[in-house]
Ligand binder design. Structure first.
Ligand code: GLV
Ligand code: MN
Ligand code: MN
Ligand code: MN
Length: 399
């Protein structure tokens, strides 16, 4: 069987862009090819593959999970636009290899193991995120199905088309038992582990995150004939508001905020903009501070006559101490230098941790780069992370 590094090289080709990044948005053809390849690898390991109605793909050690309690491990298969080759897919493939290897070496575990490749976490196609893990936890609101991508295609339409194809290859997951534990392996996506020369990070907390969409309205008119004092210019309103937002949000200690996406309508050089909408991503490890920042944003948008919509809202969360200890033991087993840290990135683990004991294991990111083609991790760290995950799963499921 191939090791994690060679498999990651193969998956990098699925959705490779001309900028050397990877784009696999949920339900697109590359995403479908990647989920199918994941199923093929699972079968090669002798694992049983399943799919659910949102497009999550599972590889299990048991043919029928039924009401059995099981341990879940995995991450997401989608990427951001022109993202890196590791975010998400590292954890999906590492859990698959780990569970497949454990089955081959030691046979059936005492507690069934389930690898998962979540359909979507990044929110890069539809204006919502974590739909794979939210679906699994029965927390996906119906409105998601009506959301449309930039080409006007609905989430539900894209989903049906893709999931139907996956269902030709695997049957539907039927498991009503509780999830005993969830483990997600991921690249750090930040600079701390590299700086501190650590091999492994064990996550204690994941920051809370609110992704907002703010719309400013104007009236489209001729750029040459409309006097400056007779215009209603959505761009001018948006720029003024953005300026105020930066000033106010800078006052919040340890807040991370990003305006990373902006759209203008009708988007023509000689037409006064009728509408500008932009994203605002807010994150803080303190839920209280995050909520305070949100209140400040809400007040400013109201004062500026703009419309604010919450696209994603996930609370800051503490992960399981007990499972962190288990991960630490696994790191020690592999003589890895490890430390605890907080995740500033969003992860499926934070959706699941609300209901199930959850832990996250990080490996270093070179220069802390992520969500970009320069995202990378040393091969030795990728291999070691997979082995630490495998040991952590062994300790939970076999002993
Ligand atoms: C996604 O990876 C995020 O943290 O926004
Ligand atoms: Mn990720
Ligand atoms: Mn990501
Ligand atoms: Mn993420």
């Amino acid at each position: 069987m191939k090791n994690i590094v060679s498999l990651l090289n193969e998956f990098k080709k699925i959705g490779l862009t001309s900028f050397d990044g990877v784009t696999r948005c949920v339900y697109d053809e590359n995403w479908l090819a990647a989920q199918k390849k994941y199923m093929q690898i699972a079968s090669d390991y002798g694992l049983y593959t399943f799919v659910d109605d949102i497009g999550n793909v599972y590889a299990t050690t048991e043919k029928n999970l039924g009401q059995k309690v099981f341990i879940l491990s995995g991450s997401h298969m989608d990427t951001v636009i022109n993202g890196g080759p590791l975010d998400g897919v590292y954890g999906t493939l590492a859990s698959l290899i780990s569970i497949g290897t454990l089955m081959k070496k030691f046979g059936h575990p005492k507690i069934p193991l389930v690898a998962v490749s979540f359909s979507e976490e990044e929110g890069s196609r539809f204006n919502t995120a974590f739909t794979g893990s939210r679906y699994l936890m029965n927390k996906l609101e119906d409105t998601v199905y009506g959301l449309r991508d930039h080409e006007g295609l609905s989430f539900n339409h894209a989903r049906q088309n893709a999931v139907t194809q996956l269902k030709e290859l695997a049957s539907e997951l039927k498991a009503t038992g509780l999830i005993h534990a969830f483990i997600e392996l991921h690249i750090e996506q930040g600079p701390i582990l590299e700086k501190k020369r650590q091999d492994i990070g064990i996550v204690t907390d994941i920051v809370g995150q609110k992704k907002l969409l703010i719309k400013c309205y104007g009236v489209a008119n001729h750029a040459g004939t409309t006097p400056m004092n007779m215009r209603c210019d959505a761009m001018k309103k948006a720029v003024t508001l953005i300026h105020q937002l930066y000033a106010v949000l800078d006052e919040f200690v340890a807040l991370r905020y990003t305006i990373g996406q902006i759209r203008v309508q009708p988007n023509a050089a000689n037409v006064i903009p009728s509408e500008v909408d932009f994203s605002l991503d807010l994150r803080h490890k303190s839920q209280k501070r995050l909520d305070d920042a949100f209140t400040a944003v809400k007040e400013l948008t109201e004062l500026n006559d703009s419309i604010l919509t919450i696209m994603t809202d996930v609370n800051a969360i503490k992960l399981s101490d007990q499972l962190a200890n288990n991960s630490a033991l696994a790191a020690q087993y592999h003589n890895s230098a490890y430390q605890s840290l907080i995740s500033g990135a969003g992860h499926d683990a934070q959706i699941i941790a609300k209901y199930v004991p959850t832990t996250m294991i990080f490996v270093p990111s070179i220069k802390g780069n992520s969500h970009s083609p320069s995202e990378n991790t040393k091969s030795e760290h990728l291999v070691n992370g997979q082995l630490v995950l495998q040991q952590a799963l062994y300790q939970l499921a076999y002993i």
